[in-house]
Design a protein around this ligand. Sequence first.
Ligand code: AHR
Length: 516
Amino acid sequence: MNRLRTSLSIFALLFAGNILAQTTIIKADPAADGPTISKHIYGHFAEHLGRCIYGGFYVGEDSEIPNTAGVRMDVVEALKAMKIPNLRWPGGCFADTYHWKDGIGPKEDRPSILNIWWGNVREDNSFGTHEFLNMCELLETEPYLSANVGSGTPQEFADWIKYTTHPAGSSPMPELREKNGRKEPWKVKFWGVGNEAWGCGGNMTPEYYSDVYRRFSTFSTDWANSDGLVRIASGASSSDYNWTEVLMKNIPKNLIEAIALHHYSVIDWGNKGPATGFTEEQYFTIMERALHMEELIVKHVAIMDKYDPEKKVALFVDEWGGWYDVEPGTNPGFLYQQNTMRDAMVAGVTLNIFNNHADRVKMANLAQAVNVLQAVVLTEGERMLLTPTYHVMKMYNVHHEAQLVPLSFVAPQFIYEDRELPAVSASASVDAENLLHLSLVNIDSRQSHTVEIDLSAFDLKKISGTILSGESLDDHNTFDSPENITTKAFNGATLTNGKVKLSLPPFSVVVLEGAK
Ligand code: AHR
């Protein structure tokens, strides 16, 4: 009997120890003066690529699909509901082949060009500056125009700024705008000075591009930048730290407001693997690539801090996301891929990283909004679906313009063979209504993880939540089954003496809301 009691208590101890070992304790720091999380971290990107613009956003006025001036309203309503804060256009690589004057005036007079980067298809320029900026008004989002530096001129760039933003009648460009049907200027603050200048934007060296940038930027506005432009230098690809170093050193601070960074989660450019039906190893590798964003930001920011300790120049991660093989049978140049719970994991951890670096990361743009790469919306004819990534973006919109609450914790491990990753990722903020929001991701494909967050300093009275999870990592929405993956209310969090405890199911995203 005694022996049984002893072994039972040893078992109880071991069991309790195991539970304790598995509970991740998260500390929230309410006293810290956290930065505001810019809503622009939740930005998007629309390129003239595959079916992003044509068929995705734009179907033309004669379409049977309900539209306003050719822009499909189902997509507009979905993106508005997600609170899309900005939209980058027209590229991408396409931007450095795009001459904006081809896309204004009567459509029948607009010249066609060949879209050399994306499938060599004919671009008829029926979707141009007016169509894009009017669409941004419909979406209630801020436009980000990416200008042609690679094959354009400083004059074209300066003219585009005047055409879109200068007051009616103030100079020939606004007069031309008025002639084309728009009297009042649009509000366009964000201007990309080229794209991927190290590659499709001109294969430049950072030294050469710095000089080109200085030239284009000089003619963009007046001495004092009284147009209030945010000029964005084409930034590094992933870990090309030398690119950031040279630009930060060579570009005077009065000519630049932001520097970009592009990082895609891709297994191998020559063998990307499928968007669905991937292996566990492929999943793990994609999560390694996505979590690499943390190191990239830390290292690029360290370089920026050296040249700009006051943090006047922002870091814009204006292209990011998962990149896989195209769906079988689709045009390889159109980059159309499905979107699964794996993508929800990529989105969840990446957005947490951006939130946690909100002091320098002021914008990010998921590539791309509709029908291309890690899209939030897919369309097929008149049908539309919302992807798991859409749901994460919508769940996280509670962080827009909220104050970051720094968190500290040691994450449990997610182990695959001899490789390991942090299983749990988190970020938190307090909004203008004093609501606390925590976004938590468990990327572990097999195990739940229990977390306990000490929020006693916030004096919370109730906690509620939303969850995105699935049966399998490969789960996704289809046009026949568009609601396979959707958010659900999450009632699994307990609040005791200011401590919130919950178990995060395998590959899940949970957003909690704490109210006083
Ligand atoms: O998003 C697709 C392409 O990826 C963009 O056009 C380019 O900037 C990047 O290489």
